[in-house]
Design a protein around this ligand. Structure first.
Ligand SMILES: CC(C)(COP(=O)(O)OP(=O)(O)OC[C@H]1O[C@@H](n2cnc3c(N)ncnc32)[C@H](O)[C@@H]1OP(=O)(O)O)[C@@H](O)C(=O)NCCC(=O)NCCS
Length: 196
């Protein structure tokens, strides 16, 4: 049982990246990324060091129970922390439209943007989720205004259905980031894509 869980987030090397589980030593990299104003443009609040600490501890615990939780992305050659990208299942304390579904999500240090790194890592994890874990569908969600994140979803062939748009339950009415969009990708659609 435990082995089955651990196998859901193997350590992997892609062309340019190492993809791996979270470790306690990732705290400084995570906190630095979360403090970057470019990175948090689409998050409603600042993310302090203490909040990053709690975030890491939640992710460490989720990867123990679920076997995966938005894994770390590192530069394959230098080992530098580049952020996170991959599959996860969020536990929301409030009503959430896709509670319990497998989600794909990403956050990279701003120096790593514009190089196809999120797409490279996400493609690996989608293939792993569909082909190895047998998931039927993967979902992704972002603020409607987050065009960079939406572009990653589109590059991956994910499909947006406007009828699923929703207001984030923890963002107050009138806030520009409140409206959120959901993109989905089925195993069949992924299998029909050209992954060369
Ligand atoms: C969302 C986020 C991960 C997207 O990063 P990104 O670098 O734009 O996305 P990708 O890794 O897919 O890279 C695509 C870009 O790299 C370029 N690129 C360069 N080399 C490439 C390559 N070898 N392969 C693919 N794309 C490449 C693409 O042309 C594209 O450029 P463009 O933005 O000018 O169109 C990043 O902006 C981020 O971390 N934002 C802050 C956190 C956030 O908002 N997360 C989502 C919240 S839900």
């Amino acid at each position: 049982m435990i082995e089955g869980v651990i196998d859901k987030s193997p350590r992997i090397e892609t062309e340019r990246l190492t993809l791996r589980k979270w470790e306690q030593r990732d705290l400084d990299g995570l906190a630095e990324m979360n403090a970057d104003p470019l990175v948090r443009e689409f998050f409603p609040q600042e993310i302090s060091y203490a909040v990053s600490e709690r975030m890491l501890s939640r992710m460490l615990s989720k990867q123990e129970t679920d076997g995966f939780c938005f894994p770390v992305v590192e530069d394959r050659v230098s080992g530098m922390f580049l952020g996170f990208c991959g599959l996860g299942i969020l536990d929301h304390s409030v009503d959430w439209p896709f509670e319990g579904e497998v989600e794909i999500g990403w956050r990279l240090i701003s120096n790593a943007w514009g190089k196809g790194i999120a797409t490279e890592a996400a493609r690996f994890w989608l293939g792993f989720g569909f082909d190895t874990q047998g998931f039927g569908e993967v979902v992704s969600c972002t603020s409607a205004r987050n065009s960079r994140s939406r572009s990653v979803m589109q590059r991956l062939g994910m499909v947006w259905d406007v009828s699923e748009d929703f207001d984030h339950p923890q963002i107050e009415e009138g806030h520009p980031l409140r409206r959120h969009v959901i993109y989905r990708l089925s195993r069949d659609k992924f299998a029909g894509q050209n992954h060369d």
